[in-house]
Design a binder for this molecule. Structure first.
Ligand SMILES: *[C@@H]1O[C@H](CO)[C@@H](O)[C@H](O)[C@H]1NC(C)=O
Ligand SMILES: *[C@@H]1O[C@H](CO)[C@@H](O)[C@H](O)[C@H]1NC(C)=O
Length: 201
C-alpha cells in the first residue's frame, strides 16, 4: 500500500498539468505577432524612445542629418545604447573602422602602380595622418566614460588631421574620387562622434 502513494501522487500531478496546461498546436498570440512583424519589417531594428531621442539630439547638430539618423538607427548596437556616451562609442567605433578601411586602400594604392611623385607624396602623408586619426579616436573611446571633454577634444583633433589629408590632396592635385568619397563618409562619422561627446548636450 505504501509503495502506491508515490505513484498516485505522480498521476495526480500529471493529470493536474494535463488539464490545466493542455498541449496545444495552435500558435499563441505572441508567436503570431513575432512572425508578422519580422516578415513585414525584415531589417527593422526596434528602438525605444530613449534611443530615438538621443539620435535626434545628436543628429540635429550634424552637417548631414539624414546620414546620421540612418547610420545610428541601423547599427545593431544602438538598441542597447541608453545614454550619450554609449551612442558616442558607436559613432567613434564606426569612424575608426571607416578611417582604417580608407587608410588600407590608400596604402594599397601607394604600393600599386602610382608613379607620379606628387601623388605618392600626398598618399604617404594621408597614411601618416590617418594613423594619428585612428590613435586619437582610440583614446577617445577610452576617455568616454571618465572624461568626455578630453574624448571630445581628441575627436576634434582627429577631424583636423583628416582635413590635412584632404587639403594635401587638393594641393597636390590628387583628385582620387575614391579617397575623397572615403573621406567624406569618415567626415560625416566624425561629425556624429563630435556632437555626441558635447558635455551636457
Ligand atoms: C548626406 O549623406 C547621404 C548618404 O547617406 C548622401 O547621399 C547625401 O548626398 C548627403 N547630403 C549632403 C547634404 O551632404
Ligand atoms: C565608410 O562608410 C560609408 C557609409 O557607411 C560606406 O559607404 C563606405 O563604404 C565606408 N568606407 C570604407 C572604406 O569603409
Amino acid at each position: 500500500m505504501n509503495s502506491l502513494i508515490p505513484l498516485l501522487l505522480f498521476l495526480t500531478i500529471f493529470l493536474f498539468f494535463f488539464l490545466f496546461f493542455p498541449p496545444s498546436s495552435s500558435p499563441t498570440t505572441s508567436t503570431v505577432a513575432a512572425t508578422y512583424s519580422t516578415s513585414t519589417f525584415p531589417n527593422q531594428i526596434s528602438l525605444k524612445l530613449v534611443q530615438k531621442e538621443l539620435i535626434q539630439k545628436v543628429c540635429s547638430k550634424t552637417s548631414n542629418r539624414t546620414f546620421c539618423v540612418e547610420t545610428l538607427e541601423s547599427d545593431p548596437r544602438t538598441p542597447s545604447a541608453y545614454n550619450l556616451p554609449s551612442l558616442a562609442r558607436i559613432a567613434i567605433e564606426l569612424s575608426i573602422a571607416n578611417v582604417s578601411d580608407t587608410q588600407a586602400l590608400i596604402a594599397s594604392k601607394l604600393r600599386g602602380d602610382t608613379t607620379d611623385p606628387d601623388v605618392k607624396h600626398t598618399l604617404k602623408w594621408c597614411v601618416t595622418w590617418y594613423t594619428e586619426v585612428i590613435a586619437l579616436l582610440r583614446s577617445a573611446v577610452t576617455a568616454l566614460e571618465v572624461d568626455i571633454k578630453s574624448a571630445h577634444q581628441n575627436i576634434y583633433t582627429a577631424g583636423e588631421y583628416m582635413g590635412y589629408c584632404e587639403s594635401n590632396m587638393d594641393y597636390g592635385g590628387v583628385l582620387d574620387s575614391w579617397i575623397l568619397t572615403g573621406n567624406q563618409f569618415s567626415d560625416y562619422l566624425l561629425d556624429i562622434a563630435f556632437f555626441s561627446t558635447i558635455e551636457g548636450l
